[in-house]
Design a protein around this ligand. Structure first.
Ligand SMILES: [Zn+2]
Length: 114
């Protein structure tokens, strides 16, 4: 059984995020976006290069898709820009991961129905 390294909850499905720790020997998993915000307390800062399930986030890490996400959120662009001004790069990436997670879960629901 995989446990969330932040809240110790059982992760029954796929971990939301899996990151190698500082020594690259163990992998830490988190259950949700909320817990992923605190994963740096376990694996250390600047863990982007150590994300194990990188393919899940590839689209938003690539600059082109980053632009597409910004375009999609044009309706809330004022809010988005305000947020963008106040957060650093890593927090911005987490914010975009959150957006990505939303669109991803919609897609998988549609697939189930078909
Ligand atoms: Zn958790």
């Amino acid at each position: 059984m995989i446990l969330c390294c932040i809240c110790d909850k059982n992760i029954y499905k796929k971990p939301w995020l899996s990151v190698l720790n500082n020594t690259n020997t163990e992998t830490s998993h988190v259950c949700s976006y909320i817990c992923s915000n605190k994963i740096d307390t376990v694996v250390g800062k600047r863990y982007m290069d150590r994300i194990v399930n990188k393919e899940d986030f590839e689209n938003i890490i690539l600059p082109t898709s980053k632009y597409q996400i910004s375009k999609e959120s044009q309706i809330q662009s004022t809010e988005y820009e305000m947020i963008q001004r106040d957060i650093d790069y890593e927090e911005q990436l987490m914010f975009e991961m959150d957006l990505y997670e939303d669109s991803f879960s919609e897609c998988s629901d549609e697939e189930k129905q078909q």
